[in-house]
Design a protein around this ligand. Structure first.
Ligand code: SF4
Length: 703
């Protein structure tokens, strides 16, 4: 078997790998046809340069998991067991339920929930399916829980949201990188190659994180603020930049608007006050600003730690303000960037599966955008619905009066990944009909009325857009097991049964060509990108408005994507976490990820080497806090917030603040971190406050 060059199924780095024949992993049996696949890293892909993490190395094992679904499952009625059935019966029943509920209650009675791991083609087709096959406005996706705050903040500041400001290889030549709220050494380890290269060349790596993570341990400077105080820290650093004369006044005058209002706000963020709010010593803040300002070839990067807050847009805005004041964005080799998390976190938000968007990153309430997309779809613009509910609001409305009564779920497992997860379970159970397309019976799929078994990444082709904004080819290496269909085949089959207007191809290349036409003229313009070009050039950066256009690796060099071409400062004030600690809940909880698991764990919790490395949920806490609470290392602990209780193993480490505990969110059951998290939403991005809430802890008494 010859090697198939493709990309990892997991995170937004989209490491290049070859899939080929080789020795089978012990015990692995591929249902259907073909032997297990061997993974080898590709050195020709700039993002990983021959590296892979543990998840990537073991990614082919996901194809061989013993509980892989190979036949549709259906319940005769709510409460009855899931039983195998034919594809025709499953699809007929879904279409009949959608028609029944739509006729009785209107098109918004049926909702769609997508995922940031879906290919561009699937994200596009799902948005189209919702709008013109179902006619519903009720579609959103789990990317809302990922980087929506950074997307909104960059849209506000630069007029366009696009991951990193340039090719990832630019990072190695930087003078400094300030990384706020990201543990990339665990979430995307090959990223650290670029950081290490920069450090070896004399650049400084500054990390902001309440925990001394693997990433923070490699930093030249680690700032360890109280959770929820990054905005105050950024304003304080900008205050110091002003007092030290480090602001690039010439750049600010030439390329930005609105600095005067920001200057007025940050005047009151004097260093002692910011130290009191954040707990970060003034000399550390000062050193961080000086490192960032030297040479003017520096990056401010954010990840979920800065973004998953009920004021996430303002937190990121404060950091963008700092980057703009130092003159970093819009110059080659420097700028602000968001480290997208999910595999297609970038592309997933560009093609229409967001509640408020149409393909090409167009706004759904823009008449010109509606007219363009409707023409591509062959419908009257008047039939396109308006904006729908954001992800958490959609999940919260399920089964309520006036809310959706049926949900079709693709590529998501909200029972584990959504905040206040127990309430989400209740809402799913209140539906009249739930459909899940998945490759296994995930915790969410297990609650469905119909489960459709889907192909995995190596069994189908498509494109992904990585954290650089580079559009890449995922290639099919093996056929799917017998009985399994691709998401595109499922969508096309349902669209046919619903008599949807227009063309519904299940061929990724044909869907991509339609996506190119729908995106033409939009912010995320893919019209000049073809499968052949991606093949030839190893990836193409969007926007790329014509076949002759070279693509746009560094989008803001000449002008920002605002009407006047200038970046926008926005003044923002610190207000702290929505839920602060108090006598009843005296400890901050922050949540995140570990090296050997990915997102809700539906894939990685089924891979033996990964479960061996990271077998169970835990709470990380400082030994001093543990002693005060009478908790031993390895003991079972009850962690309670105002929303629920989780029971997990204690893991003691002095790498975390005394007032904060950390829980990864990858596991299901009673150890679920998201039983505790706060669903308070950002007013702009509708991002929940995953990153901070108040909890109390107590040892579980021995029986
Ligand atoms: Fe896959 Fe991300 Fe690991 Fe690369 S860093 S191998 S893309 S999970």
């Amino acid at each position: 078997m010859t090697d198939t060059p493709t990309h990892c199924p997991y995170c937004a780095l989209q490491c290049g790998m070859n899939l080929g024949g080789g020795p089978a992993p012990a015990g692995a049996v591929r249902p259907g046809s073909g032997p297990p696949l061997r993974v080898t890293p590709r050195a020709d892909v700039p993002a990983n340069q021959g590296g892979l993490c543990q998840k990537g190395w073991t990614s082919a094992e996901v194809l061989t998991v013993p509980d892989r679904l190979t036949t549709p499952l259906m319940r005769a009625r709510r409460g009855a067991p899931l039983e195998p059935c034919t594809w025709d019966r499953a699809l007929d029943r879904i279409a009949a339920e959608a028609r029944r509920l739509r006729d009785a209650h209107g098109p918004d009675a049926v909702a769609v929930f997508g995922g940031g791991g879906l290919t561009n083609e699937k994200a596009y087709q799902l948005g189209k399916f919702a709008r013109i096959a179902l006619g519903t406005s009720q579609i959103d996706y789990n990317g809302r829980f990922c980087m929506s705050s950074a997307a909104a903040a960059t849209g506000r500041a630069f007029g366009m949201d696009r991951g990193l400001p340039g090719p990832i290889t630019d990072l190695a030549a930087a003078d400094a990188i300030l990384l706020v709220g990201g543990n990339v050494a665990e979430t995307m380890p090959p990223f650290m190659r670029h950081v290490t290269a920069m450090q070896r060349a004399g650049g400084a790596f500054v990390v902001v994180d309440p925990r001394r993570t693997a990433t923070a341990r490699q930093a030249d400077l680690h700032l360890q603020p109280t959770p929820g105080t990054d905005l105050a820290l950024a304003n304080g650093m900008l205050h110091l930049a002003l007092t030290e004369g480090l602001v690039d006044e010439e750049y600010v005058a030439a390329r930005t608007n609105g600095f005067a209002a920001v200057r007025t706000v940050v005047n009151s963020y004097w260093p002692d006050r910011v130290e009191r709010i954040t707990g970060v010593p003034v000399p550390h803040m000062r050193e961080a600003v000086r490192l960032l300002a030297r040479g003017r070839r520096s990056y401010v990067l954010t990840a979920r730690g800065a973004e998953q807050h009920a004021r996430g847009v303002d937190m990121v805005t404060a950091l963008i303000n700092l980057a703009l004041a130092l003159g970093l964005p819009g110059r080659e080799g420097s700028g602000y960037g968001c480290l997208t998390g999910q595999g297609n976190g970038q592309g997933g938000r560009e093609h229409g599966q967001k509640a408020d968007q149409l393909p090409g990153y167009r706004k759904i309430d823009d008449p010109a955008a509606r007219a363009h997309v409707a023409a591509v779809w062959g419908v009257d613009p008047a039939v396109l619905p308006g904006p729908g509910r954001s992800a958490y609001e959609l999940l919260s409305a399920l089964g309520t009066a006036g809310g959706p009564r049926m949900l079709l779920l693709f590529g998501s497992n909200p029972v584990v990944s959504a905040p206040r997860a127990a309430a989400v379970e209740e809402r799913l159970d209140a539906l009249e009909f739930l459909v899940a397309a998945d490759f296994v019976l995930s915790e969410t799929a297990a609650r469905a009325d119909v489960v459709l078994p889907t192909a995995q990444w190596a069994e189908e082709s498509g494109t992904m857009t990585n954290l650089e904004g580079r559009v890449l080819r995922r290639r099919r290496a093996v056929p799917p097991p017998d009985g399994v269909r691709t998401d595109l085949e499922i969508i096309a089959a349902l669209a046919g049964r619903l008599d949807a207007p227009g063309v519904w191809s299940a061929e990724p290349a044909e869907v991509f060509d339609e996506l190119r036409a729908a995106s033409a003229g939009g912010l995320a313009d893919y019209s000049g990108i073809t499968y052949e070009r991606i093949e030839r050039e190893g990836g193409v950066f969007w926007p790329c408005p014509s076949p002759e256009h070279p693509g746009t690796p560094r989008p803001f060099l000449d002008r920002f994507a605002t009407p006047d071409g200038r970046a926008r400062f926005t003044p923002v004030e610190h207000s702290g976490a929505v839920e602060d600690v108090d006598a009843d809940y005296p400890v901050y909880l922050t949540t995140g990820r570990v090296l050997a698991q990915y997102q809700s764990g539906a894939q990685t919790r089924r891979v033996r080497p990964l479960t061996d490395a990271a077998p169970e949920a835990f709470v990380e806490m400082h030994p001093d806090l543990a002693e005060r609470l009478g908790i031993d290392d390895g003991a079972d602990v009850r962690v309670a917030s105002r929303r629920g209780t989780a029971t997990v193993r204690a893991r003691l480490t002095d790498a975390i603040r005394h007032d904060t505990v950390f829980m990864p969110f990858h596991w299901a059951g009673e150890g679920r971190a998201n039983l505790l998290t706060n669903p308070a939403l950002d007013p702009v991005s509708r991002m929940p406050e995953f990153k901070v809430c108040a909890v109390r802890l107590e040892p579980v008494a021995a029986p």
